[in-house]
Write a protein that binds this ligand. Structure first.
Ligand SMILES: Nc1ncnc2c1ncn2[C@@H]1O[C@H](COP(=O)(O)OP(=O)(O)OP(=O)(O)O)[C@@H](O)[C@H]1O
Ligand SMILES: [Mg+2]
Length: 240
């Protein structure tokens, strides 16, 4: 944890974040905060602005206006399309990222991440030979190298089988219990209901809802069969 992490302030705060691509407004004044140890799910239709928002929070894309409270160096970003090299081994990939992140002792950090993500026995394997689940673990390990206070995961479970998914959420849960704020996106809204403390509903660049999954369910009345139905009903009621 970096010294910048305050005990009582939010781990991450976005204030009135707007992003334009030409005429298109991908984000319209999005504000929210994540507490230490909190898990937030950003859900919303294709093109809602989820990846744009995570990219801004991770410091890889600048907002058109608005601000993010944390220095991107305190934020780990795990993109949906991993920037890893298939021809390098797992350990070589992580060492490369550790150098890019300018961590103090790359070898020690890589060894710790291999251990933490259960990849130690695959360290010498070429990344291209790994299963999707293991590749995703390398992707997450790369995002965690700098020991960030906040971890951003863009659709981390989309290519995983049910067993790998369970392992992913176990791992995320352990990080959150240790104090990391985790912000993830998913189209699997049942997963958001199950694993997020709060959900953020983003549609057409606008943040329509921030609250617990139960509160979202309540917002559309109790007649919806499950959270996914409640989510769809909520979007429909808001014109999406
Ligand atoms: N580099 C870019 N140039 C122009 N338009 C962009 C760019 N990146 C995103 N957009 C536009 O911004 C909007 C939001 O895109 P974004 O990728 O953030 O959506 P998303 O919610 O992540 O969607 P998905 O669920 O499909 O991943 C879309 O209309 C998209 O076309
Ligand atoms: Mg996306």
């Amino acid at each position: 944890m970096s010294a910048a992490a305050t005990e009582d302030g939010p781990a991450l705060q976005a204030r009135a974040v707007t992003r334009r691509f030409g005429d298109r407004e991908a984000l319209r004044g999005v504000s929210f905060a994540a507490a230490r140890g909190e898990t937030l799910a950003i859900i919303g239709p294709n093109g809602a602005g989820k990846t744009t928002l995570l990219s801004i929070l991770g410091g890889v894309l600048a907002p058109t206006s608005g601000e993010v409270s944390r220095d991107p160096r305190d934020v780990g970003w795990v993109p949906q399309q991993p920037a890893v090299y298939g021809k390098l081994t797992v350990a070589e990939n992580l060492r490369l990222f550790a150098r890019l992140e300018k961590v103090a002792d790359p070898d020690a950090v890589v060894a710790r991440m291999l251990e933490q993500t259960g990849l130690a026995d695959r360290a010498g394997d070429e990344l291209g030979t790994l299963s999707g689940g293991n590749r995703q673990r390398v992707n997450i390990a790369a995002g965690l190298l700098a020991d960030p206070d906040v971890l951003l995961l863009d659709e981390p479970s989309s290519s995983l089988d049910p067993r790998q998914r369970a392992r992913l959420w176990e791992f995320v849960g352990a990080l959150a219990r240790a104090g990391t704020a985790v912000v993830f996106t998913t189209h699997n809204v049942a997963e958001a209901e199950r694993f997020a403390d709060r959900v953020l509903v983003l549609a057409d660049g606008e943040l329509l809802f921030t609250g617990t999954p139960a509160a979202l369910h309540d917002a559309v009345g109790s007649q919806q069969a499950d959270f996914e139905a409640a989510f769809v009903a909520f979007l429909r009621a808001r014109g999406h």
